[in-house]
Design a binder for this molecule. Structure first.
Ligand SMILES: *Cc1c(COP(=O)(O)O)cnc(C)c1O
Length: 483
């Protein structure tokens, strides 16, 4: 209802009532106007009707929803199933044009507006999370691994013809390695250094790798910030400095690092003090939306890669990933986003305490990994558990007890990933001295979930020891079975 229609309505219903209703409408319109002009997260999250009104208005601006539209082409945003049309708010044209995913789609002014606004709000959300000196940001309808591949392809296009190596600080997650090989590049694995319990970046080995191969043969150095303990977040500042002096691009896999203020600080320091071409982050892990999207972001000092990634993307894309992120960011607003970030920071010490409790009851210990602000690890091979033959079944037991997200990492597992043989696969290093399990203090997790998790691990370990016929803290088998 615009002003003209409200005036018409006054002939049907009392003017004073209509004008009250009109003011209510105007309030929602002002929220939308402020969003369009400020291009930032609203301070307070929006209510659902306002979010829906905004999205529905945009949908009606797309040509597939024009009342008098006649489609004579092969891509007219036709949707057969009404359920599907509703699931997508009748947005069917997608975004981008064949040459650029960030380009406006002429048939879809509304979708184009939604996509642009998503990019702007995501940029603001990164600022709120603690990233400073941001350059361009893009939202890709690809999960982290594929977004890494796209970004590496864009980097490769700007490198000397023979640049085919990627120097890669080891992280045992298959996607990370496949992201490199899928881009037609050759990973050069740089093993980590163990310092105390923690596995840290071997900056010197990366430097030697660059010298040995020569800058022109290297497409990029890839580091990773968010990872399973006992691996620490890579020393992105030191690597950024190396990359600046050697003229080699530096791409950071920041899969779920946006949720950590200390990782945001490290990345900011890295692109201030050295070379960072971009980082890639998952939308589902950082913003609690369904899997499918990633952000690629660059600093203000070295710009160009994000635009290159947008241009590398072949074809159009679904707007669904953008829509999920946009709705979520509008739902949170700046305050809601800050709240979930704060709750996550508070979850870490809580999760640590829970694990320490379990560890002390079972003669285990939480590994000392101050360089990892999200993931924690607890030994499983001390005391009464030392004699176990097989540890992986502890993971299955937890899974069977509805605990998800933990990993039990055995020693010396051999595995070949993307054609590269690894020893100790899963532990980020060839000979980690412990069998351990991991747990994460991740965005969206709650302290009560952590408590239940602790109780289930507790119970599970008691069962394990009881079955093995051993003892826990001097207690006998019978005692364990009764607890
Ligand atoms: C989750 C994750 C990936 C894989 O991400 P997808 O979104 O599944 O592609 C890669 N690297 C790291 C460090 C991750 O945490």
């Amino acid at each position: 209802m615009d002003a003209a229609n409200c005036e018409q309505a006054c002939s049907l219903v009392s003017k004073s009532y209509i004008s009250q209703g009109q003011q209510a409408l105007a309030k929602r319109h002002r929220l939308i106007k402020t969003l369009l002009s400020s291009r930032r997260l609203p301070e307070q999250g929006w209510d659902e009707p306002t979010i829906e009104a905004f999205v529905q208005d945009c949908a009606l601006m797309d040509s597939n929803n024009f009342l008098d539209n006649v489609g004579a082409g092969e891509r007219e945003g036709r949707v057969a199933c009404p359920l599907v049309a509703r699931q997508h708010y009748h947005l069917a044209h997608g975004i981008g044009r064949s040459g650029d995913i960030a380009a406006e789609q002429p048939k879809a002014a509304g979708s184009s507006l939604l996509a642009k606004m998503t990019m702007l709000l995501a940029t603001d959300a990164l600022r709120v999370a603690g990233l400073q000196d941001l350059g361009s940001v893009t939202v890709l309808p690809l999960a982290t691994g594929m977004a890494m591949t796209m970004t590496l392809l864009a980097i490769k296009a700007g490198r000397p013809r023979d640049a085919r190596y990627v120097i890669w600080s080891r992280i045992d997650q298959k996607t990370c390695l496949k992201a490199i090989t899928a881009a037609g590049l050759e990973p050069v694995v740089v093993e980590l250094q163990q310092r105390g319990d923690e596995l840290c970046t071997d900056v010197q080995a990366i430097e030697q790798g660059i010298e040995r191969l020569g800058s022109d043969a290297i497409a990029a150095v890839v580091t990773t910030t968010s990872c399973f303990a006992p691996r620490a977040s890579d020393d992105v500042v030191a690597v950024a400095r190396l990359c600046a002096t050697s003229g080699v691009p530096h791409l950071i896999n920041n899969a779920y690092g946006i949720q950590s203020s200390s990782i945001c600080r490290d990345i900011t320091a890295a692109w201030r003090k050295g070379r960072v071409d971009a980082f890639v982050s998952s939308t589902d892990k950082n913003f609690m939306v369904p899997v499918g999207g990633a952000l690629v972001a660059e600093g203000s000092k070295l710009r160009g890669l994000v635009a290159a990634v947008n241009k590398t993307y072949p074809g159009r894309a679904s707007v669904s990933v953008h829509l999920d992120l946009l709705m979520t960011l509008l739902h949170w607003g700046s305050q809601g986003w800050q709240k979930v970030l704060k709750e996550r920071e508070e979850l870490y010490p809580h999760m640590k305490q829970v694990l320490e409790g379990v560890a002390s009851r079972h003669g285990q210990r939480v590994l000392h990994t101050p360089g990892n602000p999200i993931s924690l690890a607890m030994t499983l091979d001390q005391g009464a558990l030392e004699q176990l033959q097989d540890y992986t079944f502890i993971g299955s037991m937890l899974w069977a007890r509805c605990v998800s997200g933990t990993r039990v990492v055995p020693k010396a597992k051999q595995q070949t990933v993307a054609g590269i043989p690894f020893t100790g696969y899963g532990s980020h290093t060839s000979a980690y001295p412990h069998v351990y399990m991991t747990a994460a203090a991740a965005l969206g997790g709650s302290t009560s979930e952590a408590d239940v998790f602790g109780a289930r691990v507790d119970k599970c370990l008691l069962e394990v020891v009881a079955k093995a016929g051993g003892t826990v803290n001097g207690g006998n088998k019978q005692e364990c079975m009764n607890s």
